[in-house]
Design a protein around this ligand. Structure first.
Ligand SMILES: Cc1cc2nc3c(=O)[nH]c(=O)nc-3n(C[C@H](O)[C@H](O)[C@H](O)COP(=O)(O)OP(=O)(O)OC[C@H]3O[C@@H](n4cnc5c(N)ncnc54)[C@H](O)[C@@H]3O)c2cc1C
Length: 443
């Protein structure tokens, strides 16, 4: 075992220590033959849809693994307004008014998650800590400045930049060429949040079946509704929701609607490590602003202290998916030490990864195709968006006008060159890594 790993090093999410995986519904519990709504995927999207539908229509949620096994219990716990494209980019595509409406949904998503956790007493360390966004080069800093200057006042971002000389108020590092603070962004413990949400969905009447992959989807006889084949038999549903995001490719039920979705979702691997517990003072000194952090590189890194503020959790896209968890941990450690050389002696206690659902236009998408509802593609920022889009999807299934959202309007794009496997990811990761590195070296 390398000296860089603790003796009890684990290849599982750090979050699962405090929130062990939920008990599966006992294998003898029978899947109902019929439900009004079947939802495939039990992460934030699927469960938030279920929270809406279950009080009014019988709802079954299926997951191929245990509940929340996907990104929703593995992520970095950084909660933001989440939409990647800038106001200028969205205005260029859709016009200023539509751009504003889309970005306002990002704001609402962030507000709504805070309100949802408070109203439902979900004890998940939700904290309005704000985010520091580091610029990896001088060019990146001037782009950041322009982007912030162009944010319309009505969006109320309250973001501001800090020069390289000022950034030590936020982070004990000189790696960046300045950065920006988004004071409204937040942090939480993602697995605790998921557990609270799971309880909420069950209380509302949803039946959640884990280790129950949907293996086939067909139109029911007569063309109304669907027949979903699963590992535990067939369930018929009037409405079907696909909430599988970055895992849409894996055990894909053969159906034209789902093939359509798979051509539009790119599974991108994201990796995280946790350090062993650090002395309280050392940990606090690294993040004097007590915020979460990301940066401007194409292969973004994201990091923070854990809720007890004793460990650093450091994540990034250090491989297209082929790296083992030890190898990925060592690559992340090298990145971490470039920012915080002070952590040279800190050993790694956990290393894990998950598949983020990416889209070609970097926007999330929700809607219905061939009568099948879907919400997916949060491009690595899905805590607020998956929750919000799941909730909206639940309302849409009910035919409730409150399900209307500007996020449902942009077309969900495919590309000719992408049908089954994202063959372009390994060369793209190499190319982006090279460009990032050149820019970091040039300064
Ligand atoms: C390492 C990592 C770090 C991240 N960090 C952040 C962060 O800091 N902030 C942020 O906002 N977002 C972050 N994200 C993204 C965020 O976690 C996701 O966008 C969000 O959790 C997506 O939720 P979801 O419910 O749509 O999908 P998921 O939580 O991925 O759930 C999909 C589920 O579908 C199930 N499934 C797939 N196929 C089938 C089938 N055929 N039958 C039954 N079930 C099936 C899977 O088992 C899985 O449990 C991160 C993601 C990763 C991987």
């Amino acid at each position: 075992m390398s000296a860089h790993f603790t003796d009890d090093f684990k290849t599982a999410p750090f979050w699962w220590e405090r929130t062990p995986r939920p008990d599966p519904k006992p294998a003898h519990e029978k899947l109902p033959q019929r439900a009004d709504v079947v939802i495939v995927g039990s992460g934030y999207t699927g469960l938030h849809a279920a929270v809406q539908t279950a009080p009014r229509r019988s709802t079954v949620v299926l997951d191929a693994e245990d509940a929340g096994w996907g990104c929703s219990t593995r992520n970095g716990g950084q909660v933001s307004t989440s939409l990647k494209p800038s106001f200028a980019a969205l205005s260029g595509r859709f016009g200023a008014r539509a751009a504003m409406e889309i970005l306002q949904e990002g704001n609402r998503a962030l507000e709504w998650v805070g309100a949802f956790t408070a109203e439902n007493n979900i004890d998940c360390d939700f904290r309005r800590c704000g985010r520091f966004f580091g610029a990896h080069s001088r060019g990146a800093f001037s782009k950041l400045q322009k982007r912030i200057d162009a944010i319309p006042r009505e969006l109320g971002a309250d973001a501001y930049t800090l020069t390289r000389g000022e950034q030590r108020a936020e982070i004990a590092s000189d790696f960046y060429h300045g950065g920006a603070v988004w004071p409204k962004h937040a942090s939480l413990d993602p697995a605790r949040y998921h557990r609270g949400l799971l309880d909420c969905a069950r209380k509302n009447g949803a039946q959640v079946f884990s280790h129950c992959a949907a293996t086939g989807v067909a139109r029911a006889a007569g063309g109304r509704g669907f027949e979903i084949q699963t590992a535990r038999g067939v369930v018929q549903a009037a409405d079907l929701v696909i909430a599988t995001s970055g895992y849409t490719g894996a055990p894909l039920p053969p159906s034209p609607a789902l093939k359509w979705m798979r051509r539009r979702i790119i599974p991108v691997a994201s990796y995280i490590i946790a350090t062993e517990e650090l002395p309280a003072e050392t940990a606090a000194q690294l993040f004097p602003g007590a915020r979460v952090v990301t940066d401007s590189r194409r292969l973004v890194v994201y990091y923070r202290l854990c809720p007890r503020r004793r460990r650093v959790l450091f994540g990034g896209r250090v491989s297209a998916g082929g790296a083992g968890l030890r190898e990925a941990a060592l690559r992340l450690r090298r990145q971490m030490l470039r920012i915080f050389p002070q952590l040279a002696g800190a050993r790694i206690s956990h290393s894990w990864m998950g598949l983020v659902g990416y889209t070609f236009d970097e926007l999330p998408h929700l809607g219905a195709h061939d009568g099948v509802h879907y919400a997916m593609g949060y491009c690595g920022s899905g805590i607020s968006l998956a929750s919000y889009c799941g909730m909206k999807t639940g309302l849409r299934v009910l035919g409730d006008a409150r399900g209307e959202t500007a996020l449902a309007r942009p077309p969900f794009q495919a590309r000719m060159y992408y049908r089954r496997r994202p063959w372009f990811l390994p060369p793209a990761v190499l190319y982006y890594r090279w460009r990032d590195e050149m820019e970091v070296r040039r300064g």
